[in-house]
Design a protein around this ligand. Sequence first.
Ligand code: GDP
Ligand code: IMO
Ligand code: MG
Length: 432
Amino acid sequence: MASVIVVGTQWGDEGKGKVVDLLTEYADLIVRFQGGNNAGHTLVVNDETFIFHLIPSGILYDDKICAIGNGVVLDPSVLIEELDELAKRGRPVSPERLKISFNTHLIMPYHKALDHAREAAKSDGKKIGTTGRGIGPCYEDKIVRNGIKVGDLLDPELFKEKLETNIKEKNFILTKMLNSQGLDADEIYAQYMEYAKRLEPFVDNVSILIDEVDKKGGNILFEGAQGTQLDIDHGTYPFVTSSNTVAGGACCGAGIGPSKIDYVVGICKAYTTRVGGGPFPTELFDEIGDSIQQKGAEFGATTGRKRRCGWLDGIVLKDAVRLNGLNGLAITKLDVLSDIDPLKICKGYDVEGERFDYMPCNIRKVEKIKPLYEEMKGWQGDITGARSLDELPTEARDYVKAIEDMTQCPAIIVSVGPGRDQTILLENPFKK
Ligand code: GDP
Ligand code: IMO
Ligand code: MG
């Protein structure tokens, strides 16, 4: 009876996987709608850790259906690896439980080669620090109408024709312009036809599936990847990913109309992190940043890179409320801020004497931001055992309240540890 979208409010890795897993209990269908295996969503359930790159984070509930929407870019080798890994861990996924849209675009080997070669050709300071998974080049082919879709895997002749057209162009760019190696079409064809055999039973019409679940009165959960500041239109361009990460992307990326969406949850880490290149106004270069990085185990779930860490950026959050139409916030990793006193929250930006209450559109201005901070008293001790707001120290409650006041958005979830149970659920978006 309700459709809920979960999105990241910052630069990704806010804890979307944990919250999606948590809310799956109340959902019937869980749909990924954008991004690809640049994402890494971590779930910790009964001390077992799972990291999902493509499979929706609802998959651990074996009575729920998960779907990969048309807005995702899919590397079949990674999906098959994830399926095999789950089976090895005693959680096989049948085609009844996972559906892949006909319209999902395929990441091809030349997309990964182009991603690497383009990054290598960029000078320091200009590198985006992509995950190297071929995300940008795949979306590029989709938009320019050269893409190969999951549905094309089921039509070998059409697949071959599209592959041959693409490989001519891609090999020219790789060898003549990017000083890289060309790829062999026959080899790719043989490899992808193997993938086709494996994935065919999962291919379906995801938009129709969503409609059916909705008509039966089921609950649908849409799982975003990345974060608002990585959105191709609204993020810190060009240091962004290549899809619309904001809530609006769920409609196009899954095949559902905006009037069907009931609630949007923004996942907000209690501080800020960023992986890869690009401006980060509240970044810390001192021992506090190092201690947050270590205590928060801030390493990329996809690439293993160290995440850059900084104070909570209230401007980023306010932008996220506006850009996603957030109804509620899930504040994660509050436990990581224990024993830091004072804490700082950025409440405004100064750019050469000009005050901003939103992220400036001009990247040169973004690079010159001086954050304007407000200090808050920190708290001491371990809070990972708290299961209600009352069990938190006053200062931790004040910190949550400061986020609510600043964003004018209620905190509906407060997370105090990676485990499913280490959560304070204040309001259930499916039971509004
Ligand atoms: P996602 O990409 O948004 O799903 O986030 P990631 O999985 O990349 O990164 C979040 C990390 O923080 C994961 O290792 C989670 O297990 C962990 N995590 C999530 N919530 C909490 C929390 O409240 N406290 C702590 N300490 N860790 C958390
Ligand atoms: P989840 O879903 C954090 C970053 C990369 C790079 C930029 C572009 O786990 O939050 P891409 O490979 O997408 O072309 O890289 O975006 N990036 C992420 N950062 N979390 C993610 O996903 C990310 N996905 C991409 O580091 O800066
Ligand atoms: Mg992640």
